[in-house]
Structure formats: structure tokens, C-alpha cells
Design a protein around this ligand. Structure first.
Ligand SMILES: NC(=O)c1ccc[n+]([C@@H]2O[C@H](COP(=O)([O-])OP(=O)(O)OC[C@H]3O[C@@H](n4cnc5c(N)ncnc54)[C@H](O)[C@@H]3O)[C@@H](O)[C@H]2O)c1
Length: 252
């Protein structure tokens, strides 16, 4: 830790899948907003931890699978032991392999379901009592604007999981509202993360650009204000919603 900040009033923010991409940006932004941060990622998240420690906040990183019950159990125990009470959970880890429905065998269907949905169940279930304990907890789930998009191709398994996340979010908001906890989704359009840079050709990005009201490709930084709005203690009357951040690709 590089500064003397000792105020733990903002509590811990847990972010899954924050070794890179959107999760990394979310984790650093939450640290800058005053949260200590805990990260569970399959990959080494030390680059994110270093960025967080320059803000003066503490960061716990654990290598593990957010869709594995034992890994999540151990992670939750480490968060409870090492950091202030958890107030914010960002369920960000997810995969989006491209495959036509015909080519989506049962193993792929189950893998996408496990990573995108089981992780959300396990992490939320593991931390829900902690999040409820402080009276103004915040849960933010990453879905996708693909849930409204009939032009998406080769993403049936992914779209199924991201649609389920919208329903999960609404139902959980109904259960946790009496305890001052809000549960919301962010639904990005296409965002230029390293994963998308690797997999999506410039010609395909051009198609996305042309379908948007604002003809620029979204950067990870463009989602930060939405995340900070949703986790702000003053945003206490917004729950069960899905906020699209997609440059007007689909309007809902
Ligand atoms: N980038 C986009 O265009 C876009 C659009 C809509 C929605 N999203 C959603 O935003 C989230 C982040 O996307 P991204 O583009 O930053 O992805 P990314 O692939 O760049 O990063 C995902 C991170 O999650 C980690 N991860 C994957 N599976 C995991 C598991 N089982 N347990 C723990 N960690 C795991 C990876 O190691 C990686 O660090 C995802 O849920 C994705 O579906 C992204």
C-alpha cells in the first residue's frame, strides 16, 4: 500500500475477472472511488493490483475459477479475513465464444452456462449476507446489449446466459430491496477490450460502428461513469434495471 489512507467506510468491492479488460478498469475505478478491492480471476491479476495500490487502496488478488464452488468458497473466506466488509460486488467474469447454434455442442453450451451463470450464482450467494449487512450494498452484473439484438450471429449460448442474467438481476432486486441493496445490470455494446481486439476484425467493427447512433467504438473507460453511478450510495432508488451503454446500437 503506497499511501496512508485508513478510511474503510466505503468497504470492499469484489470484482470477478479483473486481470484485464472491463474488469480491470472497473476494479481500478472502484479503488479510485475509495474502495479496497478483491479480485478473483483465472489469470494472474498482479498488474491490476499494482494499479490499485498506486491509489492507496488495498487489493487482494486470488487466482481461481469463479464458476468453481470450492474456489469461490476459499476466495470469500480470504476476502472476509483480509479486507473490510464487502459492500459492492461486480459480477464481471464471462466468456463469449463465437459458434453457430449448429456448431454449439452440449459441452460448449454447458461451459458458457457454467462460466457466465454459475459464477454469478456462486459469487453472489457467497457474499449476499455480507452485502446485506451494511444497509446500502450494491450488486452490478455484466450482461450485454446482445440480449436485444436479433442481428447478432453465432452467439446463442452467450445470448441465453446474458438474458438469464437480466432475469436474475430483476428477481434478486426484488428480494434484496428491503435491505437497502440494489441489483442492476450494465449492458455494453461492443467494447474495445483486448479480447475483442484479438477476435474481431476491423471490417466487423465497422459494421458495429455503422449500426450505432454514435459512430465510435466504445472504450472500457466509457463504462466507468455508469458503474460509479450504480454503486453510489445516493443511487438508492435504481434497482432491477439494465442500463445499456452501447452508443445507441439498440435503444430499449
Ligand atoms: N467487451 C465487450 O465488447 C463486451 C460486450 C458486452 C458484454 N461484455 C461482458 O463484459 C464482461 C467482461 O468482458 P471483457 O471484454 O472485459 O472480457 P475479457 O475476456 O477481456 O476479460 C474477462 C476476464 O475474466 C476472466 N475470467 C474468465 N472466466 C473466468 C472464470 N471462470 N473465473 C474467473 N475469471 C474468469 C478472464 O481471465 C479475464 O481476465 C463479460 O461478462 C462480457 O460478457 C463485454
Amino acid at each position: 500500500m503506497s499511501s496512508g489512507i485508513t478510511d474503510t467506510a466505503r468497504g470492499t468491492a469484489v470484482v470477478t475477472g479483473a486481470a484485464r479488460g472491463l474488469g480491470q478498469h472497473f476494479a481500478v475505478a472502484l479503488a479510485e472511488a475509495g474502495h479496497d478491492v478483491a479480485i478473483l480471476d483465472l489469470d494472474d491479476a498482479s498488474a491490476t493490483r499494482e494499479l490499485i495500490e498506486t491509489t492507496g487502496r488495498r487489493c487482494l488478488t486470488v487466482c481461481g475459477d469463479a464458476s468453481d464452488p470450492q474456489d469461490v468458497h476459499s476466495f470469500v473466506a480470504a476476502v472476509r479475513n483480509g479486507l473490510p466488509p464487502t459492500r459492492v460486488l461486480v459480477n464481471n467474469a464471462g466468456i463469449s465464444p463465437y459458434a453457430s447454434f449448429v456448431d454449439t455442442d452440449f459441452a460448449l453450451w454447458q461451459r458458457v452456462s457454467r462460466v457466465n451463470l454459475d459464477s454469478m450464482y456462486l459469487m453472489t450467494h457467497g457474499l449476499v449476507e455480507d452485502i446485506c449487512a451494511n444497509g446500502h450494498g450494491r450488486i452490478v452484473n455484466l450482461t450485454s446489449s446482445v440480449v436485444w439484438d436479433a442481428q447478432a450471429r453465432n452467439m446463442t449460448a452467450y445470448t441465453m446466459t446474458k438474458s438469464a442474467i437480466v432475469g436474475f438481476t430483476r428477481a434478486l432486486a426484488g428480494e434484496l430491496g428491503t435491505q437497502g441493496v440494489t441489483v442492476n445490470c450494465i449492458a455494453p455494446g461492443i467494447v474495445l477490450t483486448p479480447d475483442i481486439e484479438d477476435r474481431v476484425a476491423e471490417s466487423q467493427l465497422e459494421i458495429y460502428r455503422n449500426r450505432q447512433a454514435i459512430p465510435h467504438i466504445t472504450a472500457p473507460e466509457d463504462l466507468i461513469s455508469t458503474l460509479l453511478y450504480l454503486v453510489d450510495e445516493r443511487t438508492r432508488m435504481v434497482t432491477g434495471t439494465t442500463l445499456p451503454v452501447n452508443a445507441g446500437r439498440v435503444i430499449v
